[in-house]
Design a protein around this ligand. Structure first.
Ligand code: C2E
Ligand code: MG
Ligand code: MG
Ligand code: MG
Length: 285
Protein backbone atom coordinates (compact mmCIF):
# COMPACT_ATOMS: atom_id res chain seq x y z
CA UNK A 1 0.00 0.00 0.00
CA UNK A 2 2.90 2.29 0.74
CA UNK A 3 3.72 2.25 -2.98
CA UNK A 4 0.37 3.81 -3.77
CA UNK A 5 1.52 7.06 -2.22
CA UNK A 6 4.04 8.76 -4.45
CA UNK A 7 6.73 10.99 -3.05
CA UNK A 8 4.86 14.15 -4.00
CA UNK A 9 1.72 12.97 -2.29
CA UNK A 10 3.62 12.27 0.86
CA UNK A 11 5.07 15.77 0.75
CA UNK A 12 1.61 17.20 0.22
CA UNK A 13 0.32 15.27 3.18
CA UNK A 14 3.06 16.41 5.51
CA UNK A 15 2.64 19.97 4.29
CA UNK A 16 -1.01 20.09 5.28
CA UNK A 17 -0.19 18.38 8.53
CA UNK A 18 2.49 21.01 9.13
CA UNK A 19 -0.05 23.71 8.32
CA UNK A 20 -2.43 22.22 10.82
CA UNK A 21 0.23 22.12 13.50
CA UNK A 22 1.16 25.73 12.75
CA UNK A 23 -2.46 26.83 12.86
CA UNK A 24 -2.86 25.12 16.20
CA UNK A 25 0.25 26.77 17.61
CA UNK A 26 -0.88 30.19 16.39
CA UNK A 27 -4.26 29.65 18.03
CA UNK A 28 -2.66 28.45 21.23
CA UNK A 29 -0.36 31.48 21.40
CA UNK A 30 -3.17 33.90 20.70
CA UNK A 31 -5.33 32.20 23.31
CA UNK A 32 -2.62 32.41 25.93
CA UNK A 33 -2.91 36.20 25.78
CA UNK A 34 -6.67 36.38 25.37
CA UNK A 35 -7.47 36.65 29.08
CA UNK A 36 -4.98 39.48 29.64
CA UNK A 37 -6.19 41.26 26.55
CA UNK A 38 -9.82 41.04 27.65
CA UNK A 39 -10.80 39.18 24.50
CA UNK A 40 -13.20 36.79 26.19
CA UNK A 41 -16.83 37.65 26.67
CA UNK A 42 -19.78 35.70 28.01
CA UNK A 43 -23.00 35.48 26.08
CA UNK A 44 -26.15 34.34 27.83
CA UNK A 45 -29.10 32.30 26.61
CA UNK A 46 -32.35 32.05 28.59
CA UNK A 47 -33.71 28.74 29.89
CA UNK A 48 -37.48 29.00 30.07
CA UNK A 49 -40.08 27.05 31.99
CA UNK A 50 -43.18 26.47 29.89
CA UNK A 51 -46.24 25.14 31.64
CA UNK A 52 -49.96 25.39 31.03
CA UNK A 53 -49.67 28.14 28.44
CA UNK A 54 -47.36 30.30 30.51
CA UNK A 55 -43.63 30.76 30.09
CA UNK A 56 -41.13 32.20 32.49
CA UNK A 57 -37.34 32.43 32.43
CA UNK A 58 -35.74 30.38 35.22
CA UNK A 59 -32.10 30.71 34.30
CA UNK A 60 -29.42 31.47 31.78
CA UNK A 61 -26.56 29.46 30.32
CA UNK A 62 -23.25 31.29 30.04
CA UNK A 63 -21.53 30.66 26.70
CA UNK A 64 -17.96 31.72 26.07
CA UNK A 65 -17.03 33.93 23.13
CA UNK A 66 -13.58 34.92 21.89
CA UNK A 67 -13.10 38.18 20.04
CA UNK A 68 -10.01 38.38 17.87
CA UNK A 69 -9.53 41.52 15.78
CA UNK A 70 -13.24 42.19 15.73
CA UNK A 71 -14.10 38.62 14.69
CA UNK A 72 -16.01 36.33 16.99
CA UNK A 73 -14.59 32.83 17.18
CA UNK A 74 -16.89 29.96 18.05
CA UNK A 75 -16.22 27.91 21.18
CA UNK A 76 -16.28 24.71 19.13
CA UNK A 77 -13.09 25.99 17.49
CA UNK A 78 -11.15 27.18 20.51
CA UNK A 79 -12.38 25.21 23.54
CA UNK A 80 -10.64 22.01 22.32
CA UNK A 81 -7.38 23.98 22.00
CA UNK A 82 -7.76 25.36 25.53
CA UNK A 83 -8.49 21.85 26.78
CA UNK A 84 -5.46 20.32 25.13
CA UNK A 85 -3.06 23.02 26.34
CA UNK A 86 -4.53 23.01 29.84
CA UNK A 87 -5.42 26.72 29.64
CA UNK A 88 -9.06 25.76 30.12
CA UNK A 89 -8.46 25.54 33.87
CA UNK A 90 -7.65 29.24 34.14
CA UNK A 91 -10.16 30.36 31.51
CA UNK A 92 -12.86 28.17 33.04
CA UNK A 93 -12.37 29.79 36.41
CA UNK A 94 -12.69 33.19 34.76
CA UNK A 95 -15.94 32.05 33.13
CA UNK A 96 -17.33 30.87 36.47
CA UNK A 97 -16.38 34.09 38.28
CA UNK A 98 -17.65 36.36 35.50
CA UNK A 99 -20.96 34.47 35.15
CA UNK A 100 -21.57 34.52 38.93
CA UNK A 101 -20.73 38.22 39.11
CA UNK A 102 -23.07 39.06 36.22
CA UNK A 103 -26.02 36.96 37.32
CA UNK A 104 -25.62 38.21 40.90
CA UNK A 105 -26.07 41.75 39.61
CA UNK A 106 -29.25 40.63 37.83
CA UNK A 107 -30.44 39.06 41.11
CA UNK A 108 -29.95 42.42 42.77
CA UNK A 109 -31.79 44.23 39.99
CA UNK A 110 -35.18 42.63 39.67
CA UNK A 111 -34.36 39.03 38.69
CA UNK A 112 -33.89 37.26 42.03
CA UNK A 113 -33.23 33.53 41.98
CA UNK A 114 -32.24 33.42 38.31
CA UNK A 115 -30.15 30.28 37.82
CA UNK A 116 -26.75 30.44 36.21
CA UNK A 117 -25.48 27.46 34.18
CA UNK A 118 -21.77 27.18 33.47
CA UNK A 119 -20.14 24.56 31.21
CA UNK A 120 -17.23 22.59 32.65
CA UNK A 121 -14.41 20.77 30.92
CA UNK A 122 -13.13 17.56 32.44
CA UNK A 123 -9.70 19.10 33.03
CA UNK A 124 -11.29 21.58 35.43
CA UNK A 125 -13.25 19.05 37.42
CA UNK A 126 -10.31 16.64 37.60
CA UNK A 127 -7.95 19.33 38.85
CA UNK A 128 -7.51 18.78 42.58
CA UNK A 129 -9.49 21.05 44.91
CA UNK A 130 -12.08 21.99 42.30
CA UNK A 131 -15.04 22.13 44.69
CA UNK A 132 -13.09 24.36 47.08
CA UNK A 133 -12.27 26.73 44.22
CA UNK A 134 -15.93 26.92 43.23
CA UNK A 135 -16.85 27.62 46.86
CA UNK A 136 -14.27 30.43 46.92
CA UNK A 137 -15.74 32.01 43.77
CA UNK A 138 -19.24 31.85 45.30
CA UNK A 139 -17.94 33.50 48.44
CA UNK A 140 -16.08 36.17 46.50
CA UNK A 141 -19.03 37.06 44.25
CA UNK A 142 -21.78 36.59 46.84
CA UNK A 143 -23.54 34.25 44.42
CA UNK A 144 -25.89 31.69 46.05
CA UNK A 145 -24.85 28.07 45.47
CA UNK A 146 -28.52 27.14 45.08
CA UNK A 147 -28.68 29.21 41.87
CA UNK A 148 -25.57 27.67 40.30
CA UNK A 149 -25.77 24.84 37.78
CA UNK A 150 -22.60 23.17 36.49
CA UNK A 151 -22.96 21.42 33.12
CA UNK A 152 -20.86 18.35 32.46
CA UNK A 153 -20.91 15.82 29.62
CA UNK A 154 -21.02 12.06 29.48
CA UNK A 155 -17.45 11.98 28.19
CA UNK A 156 -16.28 13.49 31.47
CA UNK A 157 -17.97 10.71 33.43
CA UNK A 158 -16.69 8.10 30.98
CA UNK A 159 -13.07 8.85 31.81
CA UNK A 160 -13.80 7.11 35.08
CA UNK A 161 -11.40 9.19 37.16
CA UNK A 162 -11.70 7.90 40.75
CA UNK A 163 -12.25 11.32 42.35
CA UNK A 164 -15.09 12.36 40.03
CA UNK A 165 -17.81 11.01 42.27
CA UNK A 166 -16.31 12.62 45.39
CA UNK A 167 -15.96 15.99 43.65
CA UNK A 168 -19.54 15.91 42.35
CA UNK A 169 -20.80 14.98 45.81
CA UNK A 170 -18.84 17.85 47.31
CA UNK A 171 -20.41 20.25 44.80
CA UNK A 172 -23.84 18.82 45.56
CA UNK A 173 -23.32 19.27 49.28
CA UNK A 174 -22.57 22.95 48.65
CA UNK A 175 -26.08 23.16 47.15
CA UNK A 176 -24.96 23.28 43.52
CA UNK A 177 -26.94 21.43 40.82
CA UNK A 178 -25.25 19.28 38.20
CA UNK A 179 -26.60 19.01 34.65
CA UNK A 180 -25.73 16.30 32.16
CA UNK A 181 -25.31 18.21 28.88
CA UNK A 182 -25.82 16.91 25.31
CA UNK A 183 -27.44 13.77 26.65
CA UNK A 184 -27.76 11.04 24.07
CA UNK A 185 -24.72 11.97 21.97
CA UNK A 186 -22.14 10.10 24.01
CA UNK A 187 -22.34 6.59 25.30
CA UNK A 188 -25.39 7.37 27.44
CA UNK A 189 -24.69 4.64 29.89
CA UNK A 190 -27.72 4.58 32.11
CA UNK A 191 -25.43 3.58 34.97
CA UNK A 192 -24.16 7.18 35.11
CA UNK A 193 -27.62 8.45 35.93
CA UNK A 194 -27.70 6.13 38.87
CA UNK A 195 -24.13 6.38 40.06
CA UNK A 196 -23.56 10.14 40.01
CA UNK A 197 -25.45 12.96 41.70
CA UNK A 198 -27.08 14.52 38.64
CA UNK A 199 -30.05 16.86 38.87
CA UNK A 200 -30.74 17.94 35.33
CA UNK A 201 -30.67 16.24 31.90
CA UNK A 202 -30.25 18.32 28.79
CA UNK A 203 -31.58 16.48 25.75
CA UNK A 204 -29.19 17.15 22.90
CA UNK A 205 -30.49 19.37 20.14
CA UNK A 206 -29.74 16.81 17.45
CA UNK A 207 -32.66 14.69 18.70
CA UNK A 208 -35.19 17.44 19.13
CA UNK A 209 -34.49 19.31 15.93
CA UNK A 210 -36.07 16.61 13.75
CA UNK A 211 -38.18 14.89 16.38
CA UNK A 212 -41.59 16.24 15.35
CA UNK A 213 -41.45 14.62 11.88
CA UNK A 214 -38.97 11.81 12.42
CA UNK A 215 -40.75 9.05 14.29
CA UNK A 216 -37.61 7.31 15.46
CA UNK A 217 -35.97 10.48 16.77
CA UNK A 218 -39.30 11.32 18.37
CA UNK A 219 -39.26 7.98 20.15
CA UNK A 220 -35.72 8.61 21.43
CA UNK A 221 -36.59 12.10 22.70
CA UNK A 222 -39.71 10.72 24.37
CA UNK A 223 -37.68 7.99 26.08
CA UNK A 224 -35.06 10.43 27.39
CA UNK A 225 -37.74 12.79 28.71
CA UNK A 226 -39.52 9.89 30.44
CA UNK A 227 -36.28 8.65 31.91
CA UNK A 228 -35.38 12.04 33.35
CA UNK A 229 -38.81 12.61 34.76
CA UNK A 230 -38.89 9.14 36.27
CA UNK A 231 -35.59 9.89 38.00
CA UNK A 232 -37.07 13.17 39.32
CA UNK A 233 -34.60 15.18 37.29
CA UNK A 234 -35.41 18.39 35.45
CA UNK A 235 -35.31 17.76 31.71
CA UNK A 236 -34.22 20.66 29.52
CA UNK A 237 -34.65 20.46 25.75
CA UNK A 238 -31.89 22.28 23.84
CA UNK A 239 -32.02 23.85 20.41
CA UNK A 240 -35.74 24.60 20.15
CA UNK A 241 -36.36 26.78 17.13
CA UNK A 242 -39.92 26.17 15.90
CA UNK A 243 -43.51 26.08 17.20
CA UNK A 244 -43.74 22.43 16.03
CA UNK A 245 -40.84 21.50 18.30
CA UNK A 246 -42.45 23.44 21.15
CA UNK A 247 -45.71 21.57 20.68
CA UNK A 248 -43.97 18.20 20.54
CA UNK A 249 -42.17 18.90 23.83
CA UNK A 250 -45.29 20.17 25.52
CA UNK A 251 -47.11 16.99 24.53
CA UNK A 252 -44.24 14.90 25.87
CA UNK A 253 -44.27 16.76 29.20
CA UNK A 254 -40.89 18.48 28.85
CA UNK A 255 -41.25 21.85 30.53
CA UNK A 256 -37.80 23.40 30.30
CA UNK A 257 -36.85 24.90 26.98
CA UNK A 258 -33.69 26.49 25.63
CA UNK A 259 -33.27 27.61 22.05
CA UNK A 260 -33.45 30.30 19.41
CA UNK A 261 -37.27 30.14 19.72
CA UNK A 262 -36.96 32.23 22.88
CA UNK A 263 -33.61 33.86 22.20
CA UNK A 264 -30.19 33.35 20.71
CA UNK A 265 -27.33 33.72 23.13
CA UNK A 266 -26.63 37.45 23.53
CA UNK A 267 -24.20 39.70 25.37
CA UNK A 268 -25.08 40.64 28.96
CA UNK A 269 -26.34 44.07 27.91
CA UNK A 270 -28.46 42.73 25.09
CA UNK A 271 -29.94 39.79 26.97
CA UNK A 272 -31.11 41.84 29.95
CA UNK A 273 -34.30 43.24 28.34
CA UNK A 274 -35.09 39.74 27.00
CA UNK A 275 -34.79 38.30 30.52
CA UNK A 276 -37.02 41.03 31.90
CA UNK A 277 -39.68 40.41 29.27
CA UNK A 278 -39.52 36.65 29.93
CA UNK A 279 -39.65 37.10 33.70
CA UNK A 280 -43.31 37.98 33.84
CA UNK A 281 -45.84 35.22 33.29
CA UNK A 282 -47.60 35.50 29.99
CA UNK A 283 -49.76 33.50 27.63
CA UNK A 284 -47.59 33.90 24.56
CA UNK A 285 -46.92 30.20 24.01
P1 C2E B 1 -23.58 23.51 24.82
O1 C2E B 1 -23.17 23.67 26.24
O2 C2E B 1 -24.38 22.31 24.46
O3 C2E B 1 -24.35 24.86 24.45
C1 C2E B 1 -25.45 24.93 23.58
C2 C2E B 1 -25.03 25.35 22.20
O4 C2E B 1 -26.18 25.30 21.34
C3 C2E B 1 -24.51 26.77 22.13
O5 C2E B 1 -23.52 26.83 21.12
C4 C2E B 1 -25.77 27.54 21.69
O6 C2E B 1 -25.47 28.77 21.06
C5 C2E B 1 -26.37 26.56 20.73
N1 C2E B 1 -27.82 26.76 20.58
C6 C2E B 1 -28.70 27.20 21.50
N2 C2E B 1 -29.96 27.24 21.01
C7 C2E B 1 -29.89 26.80 19.75
C8 C2E B 1 -30.87 26.60 18.69
O7 C2E B 1 -32.07 26.84 18.86
N3 C2E B 1 -30.41 26.11 17.51
C9 C2E B 1 -29.09 25.84 17.30
N4 C2E B 1 -28.74 25.38 16.11
N5 C2E B 1 -28.13 26.01 18.26
C10 C2E B 1 -28.53 26.49 19.45
P2 C2E B 1 -22.14 27.63 21.35
O8 C2E B 1 -22.40 28.87 22.13
O9 C2E B 1 -21.48 27.74 20.02
O10 C2E B 1 -21.31 26.65 22.26
C11 C2E B 1 -20.90 25.40 21.78
C12 C2E B 1 -20.33 24.54 22.88
O11 C2E B 1 -19.11 25.07 23.39
C13 C2E B 1 -21.23 24.43 24.10
O12 C2E B 1 -22.28 23.50 23.85
C14 C2E B 1 -20.24 23.96 25.14
O13 C2E B 1 -20.03 22.57 25.03
C15 C2E B 1 -18.97 24.67 24.73
N6 C2E B 1 -18.79 25.87 25.59
C16 C2E B 1 -19.31 27.10 25.48
N7 C2E B 1 -18.90 27.90 26.48
C17 C2E B 1 -18.10 27.14 27.27
C18 C2E B 1 -17.35 27.38 28.48
O14 C2E B 1 -17.38 28.46 29.08
N8 C2E B 1 -16.62 26.34 28.97
C19 C2E B 1 -16.60 25.11 28.35
N9 C2E B 1 -15.84 24.14 28.90
N10 C2E B 1 -17.29 24.85 27.23
C20 C2E B 1 -18.03 25.84 26.70
MG1 MG C 1 -24.08 23.51 27.99
MG1 MG D 1 -25.68 21.09 25.09
MG1 MG E 1 -22.54 20.94 23.13
Amino acid sequence: RAKAYGKSQLALYSETLQEEVNHRLTLENALSEALLRNQFELYYQPIVKVEGGTSRVIGVEALLRWWQDGTMISPDEFIPVLEESGQIVEVGEWVLREACRQVKSWHDNGLPGLRCSVNLSSRQLHEGGFAARVAAVLEETGFPASSLVLEITESLLMQDVPDTLATLRELESLGIRIALDDFGTGFSSLGYLHRYPLHIIKVDKSFITRAPDDERLGAISRAIIGLGRGLRMDVIAEGIETPEQMRFLRDEGCHYIQGYWFSRPLSADNIHPVLVSLSTLDESV
